[in-house]
Design a protein around this ligand. Structure first.
Ligand code: 3PG
Length: 254
């Protein structure tokens, strides 16, 4: 790939609202669909990108349907159904382990606010792992057949996600951006928190305070050394994204 010197633009997008988001449950690697509202968020994200002249040349998703569907809707509405899409487990949501499917409000009531916050937002804390039968079921899933190191994790901290997204950033996304192309990543709240932590070299405290809303395009531009020109990027709708991120921060508190 030839490099043009001026890196392309990176668009980060958390999938539209999923059924478990709407139910206030932890989702993790559960493969749940979008809600009708989540599908509409994807349509609006396409409109925002079109408005700003940000048409992706390359797209990356996780291997979970809520991310795949969001990208499909967006590309279809940009008349770019033909754009190459790469799907990778490295962009999956955090493996939430035993919290998967649990109602956030109930977990917070049982564990207490401090432990709940640590499980959701700290860099190093992780909840209990998936039960053995759940993990076995996951490891039998054909999409994870070629994962090294024993296959899907039973649970992850954010640091574990940073470890799995970093090579994808360094070896795949960065190389594509250096060709000057516009790259869209449609992923998940914690996968994107991990990627933003890498891009912006966030401190542990900054990571703990980072929340990423669904369906809100976040644009990064870079200098020639692939350093973000604006730390934290720029949302297509900054005020709406700020309010939505604040709502994510207090999920389960009601
Ligand atoms: O996996 C989930 O439950 C969500 O997508 C992210 O949840 P969180 O914002 O509570 O980490």
């Amino acid at each position: 790939m030839t490099t043009t010197g001026v890196p392309g633009e990176l668009i980060l997008l958390r999938h539209g609202q999923s059924t478990t988001n709407a139910e206030g449950r932890f989702t993790g690697w559960a493969d749940v669909p979008l809600t009708p509202h989540g599908e509409q968020q994807a349509v609006r994200a396409a409109w925002l990108l079109g408005r700003d002249g940000l048409v992706p040349d390359l797209v990356h998703t996780s291997v979970l349907r809520r991310s795949i569907r969001t990208a499909d809707i967006l590309l279809s509405h940009l008349d770019r159904a033909w754009v190459p899409v790469h799907r990778t487990w490295r962009l999956n949501e955090r493996q939430y382990g035993a919290l998967t499917g649990r109602v956030k409000r109930e977990v917070r009531g049982e564990a207490g606010p401090s432990r709940y916050q640590a499980w959701r937002r700290s860099l190093t804390e992780a909840p209990a792992p998936l039960a053995a039968d759940e993990l076995a079921r996951l490891r039998a899933d054909p999409r994870y057949a070629r994962l090294a190191d024993g296959g899907p994790p039973a649970v992850e901290s954010l640091a574990d996600i940073v470890a799995r997204v970093t090579p994808y950033w360094a070896d795949v996304l960065a190389a594509q951006l250096l060709t000057g192309r516009t790259v869209l990543v449609v992923a998940h709240g914690n996968a994107l928190r991990a990627l933003v932590a890498v891009l912006d070299r966030l401190t542990e405290r900054e990571v703990e305070n980072l929340n990423i809303p669904t369906g809100a395009p976040l644009l990064y531009r870079f200098d020639a050394a692939l350093r973000p020109t604006v730390r934290g990027g720029r949302y297509a709708e900054p005020a709406a994204a700020r309010a939505a991120a604040e709502a994510v921060a207090v999920e389960g508190h009601d």
